[in-house]
Design a protein around this ligand. Structure first.
Ligand code: ADP
Ligand code: ZN
Ligand code: ZN
Length: 650
């Protein structure tokens, strides 16, 4: 249940996450205390002030000469600990815990290609702020796509690696962006371990051990890597901090981003959240000065950001979702020898199969949802419960054989584009075309050859890739996001559009972004294209404030589910009764109501939403509530769970 998250101190959570072999305790690494001057200390002035305290003066001189000096070295020189304390009290020096570097451990070894890149002014400013941070400090690095955030991360890491510390880097999906890991490995010759869901238990244990004994200096991983034990943590980086994959959506629900911040706080170290499209939560925290905002407003190395153009298709005849105008543009870019990226966030062949005679629609028996038609292989698939069925050849309702598909997914569009542009390869990237990691690498390699090609894909194509030959990005249907019922719908739409658009014009070639919409004058679209992401996000924040939604209020969702509707209803009613008794009057409760998708994977789902602008009040209430629900008699096969700060209410 999610209730652990509310009451468990971070240390215990980390402990629980350790592989048991590690928990029993290997001999631990050696820590050592080092001293150095405070960044602001001007040695000569300080020595002058200490005229009347000659021993302190001598110690300060010694530390000033050495840059850093170990505790044992100080002792050897005959200075005792009270002198050290006095200098710390006067804020002249700082103490740092560092890892006792093993003899055979390579130093961070920074590769020389670094020197070819000269940081631009915004990168320098950002880096200077990060380097000046002492102890816990949370930075929000907001840099447009291609602005050189990764370069800033790597320079910030240098400082810590050289001081014998480790860096933990969290990324949304390692498998999708092998380039990121490759860049770190290329830059630093120290040991880099990458942690992801594809590792075997033995591999994972080995990686953890290396992190835990300090041999691994850089740890890169997805969500769960936030629990990796580190012997000498120096810096935490969360790349693409807005990404939904940092939130675990089932079982022990946690936000790796929030956990990482708590961890940095308890370890008293720096953390950097980076994104081209920061979450509204993080922007709001920056506004409240909880995070320090650093901005990279320009692309690095002279590449230009591409403007966003909305193409009004309300009146235009469409061919498989493409307007004539867009098809002409695609052709022009291909003929100029460039690549084109077409984005549609819907995999499969078509989202709907319908009978022409009686209008029957093919639905999943386990979920209240339509089945998606797939063509490779020809099957019906449910995208909610993963069930797979053969394609029917007649309507089960009226026996008619006139079944047709409605709408288009990536597979249908691939077919269409391959026929239309028959001399150009169409490279489709979605969950189905990349089931094996090898296949994904092959497809990405193909793209990187730089030959004219159409890249067609879902969200997977939008994440962190660098495609220098792409000059046109086409977003086929922005309207799906425009009318999302969820409160984060517009934020997510803006993030997706800006991220996808960011794939255009990355190298020396200028790019173009076309967003097709039937609602071109919708305020969300016009604001996003007229403003930059940040101004648009500030506008969304104001709307959230006036509608009292996160981050201005806190939400918690109790989900109840059972194979029988009556059982789910019975349990949710008992939960609601307990909640009604415990709930303070300032805390709002909505429900119980059926979940927006009322049945999923064979289970009926009900929910109650709690809302309060006082986080502590909400937490206390939830703790009591969870404790009392645990005492309830749970009907057969019914389950309940708690989701604090749910990403969506679906
Ligand atoms: P981001 O992480 O913000 O998307 P990257 O760090 O990947 O951006 O940088 C984009 C490209 O620009 C990379 O090829 C990188 O090597 C290059 N780059 C970064 N900083 C500079 C700079 N100051 N001068 C020239 N090129 C740079
Ligand atoms: Zn029919
Ligand atoms: Zn289903």
């Amino acid at each position: 249940m999610g209730s652990e998250l509310l009451s468990t101190p971070i240390g215990e959570v980390l402990h629980a996450a350790l592989p048991s072999k590690l928990r029993r305790g290997e001999p631990s690494h050696q820590r050592q205390t080092q001293y150095r001057l405070q960044a602001h200390t001007v040695l000569e002035d300080a020595l002058q002030k200490l005229k009347r305290a000659p021993r302190q003066q001598a110690l300060l001189q010694s530390i000033g000469n050495a840059e850093t000096i170990s505790a044992s070295h100080i002792k050897e020189q005959g200075f005792d600990q009270t002198l050290v304390k006095k200098l710390i009290e006067q804020n002249l020096i700082v103490a740092e815990e560092t890892l006792q570097v093993e003899k055979n451990q390579p130093d961070p070894g920074i590769n020389s290609q670094r020197d070819e890149i000269k940081l631009n002014a915004s990168q320098q400013d950002a880096l200077a702020s990060i380097r000046a941070a002492q102890g816990f400090c949370c930075f929000l690095l907001h840099g447009v796509t291609g602005s050189g955030k990764t370069e800033v991360y790597m320079r910030a890491m240098e400082t810590h690696l050289e001081a014998g510390k480790q860096c933990l880097v969290l990324v949304p999906e390692i498998g999708l962006t092998p380039q990121t890991v490759a860049r770190f490995k290329e830059r630093f010759s120290c040991s880099v371990v990458s942690l992801h869901s594809g590792l075997t238990d033995v591999e994972r244990l080995k990686a953890w051990r290396h992190a835990n004994n300090g041999r691994a200096r850089i740890v890169i991983g997805t969500r769960s890597a936030v629990f990796t034990p580190l012997s000498a943590p120096g810096l935490i980086i969360i790349d693409e901090e807005h990404d939904a994959s940092f939130k675990q959506q089932d079982g022990f629900r946690y936000s790796a981003r929030d956990m990482a911040i708590k961890r940095a706080q308890s370890e008293n170290i720096t953390i950097i959240l980076g994104s081209a499209t920061p979450s509204l939560e993080s922007l709001n925290n920056a506004k409240d000065n909880k995070y320090q905002l650093l901005q990279l407003p320009q692309r690095a190395g002279g590449a230009k950001q591409s403007p966003l153009n909305v193409l009004d298709i309300a009146e235009a005849p469409l061919d498989q979702g493409f307007s004539e105008q867009l098809l002409i543009k695609i052709e022009t870019h291909l003929e100029a020898g460039n690549q084109v990226l077409v984005f549609i966030n819907r995999r499969g062949y078509a989202p709907m199969l319908q009978c022409n005679a009686c209008s029957w629609v093919c639905e999943c028996t386990n979920c209240f949802a339509q089945l998606t038609v797939h063509s490779q292989p020809p099957k019906l698939r449910c995208h909610h419960c993963e069930s797979v069925l053969p394609l029917p050849n007649h309507c089960p309702n009226c026996q008619s054989t006139e079944l047709y598909t409605l709408g288009a997914g990536t597979q249908k569009i691939e077919q269409f584009l391959s026929a239309k542009f028959d001399r150009t390869p169409v490279i489709r990237i979605d969950r189905d075309s990349t089931r094996s990691k090898k296949r994904l690498h092959e497809l990405l390699d193909n793209i990187h050859q730089g030959q004219p090609a159409i890249l067609l894909g879902t969200q997977m194509l939008a994440k962190g890739h660098h495609f220098p030959a792409v000059t046109l990005v086409a977003i086929l249907d922005a309207d799906i996001g425009l009318f999302s019922a969820d409160f984060r719908g517009q934020e997510q739409m803006a993030q997706t559009i800006v991220q996808v658009a960011g794939r255009a014009g990355r190298a020396d070639k200028p790019g173009e972004v076309v967003i097709q919409s039937r609602h071109a004058s919708h305020p969300a679209l016009s604001s996003l294209t007229a403003l930059n992401y940040e101004d648009y996000a500030q506008q969304l924040l104001m709307e959230r404030q006036s509608s009292q939604m996160p981050p201005f209020t806190h939400l918690a969702l109790i989900n109840v589910e059972a194979p029988k509707r009556t059982n789910a209803e019975q349990l949710v009613k008992s939960v609601a009764n307990v909640a009604a008794r415990l709930r303070p009057s300032q805390l709002e409760s909505i429900g119980p109501v059926p979940a927006p998708m009322e049945k999923r994977a064979g289970r009926y789902r009900m929910q109650i939403l709690f809302k309060s602008d006082k986080r502590l009040l909400l937490q206390r209430f939830l703790q009591q509530l969870c404790a009392e629900i645990d005492e309830l008699k749970i009907p057969a096969n019914a389950r309940w769970s708690l989701d604090v700060d749910p990403l969506d209410l679906i």
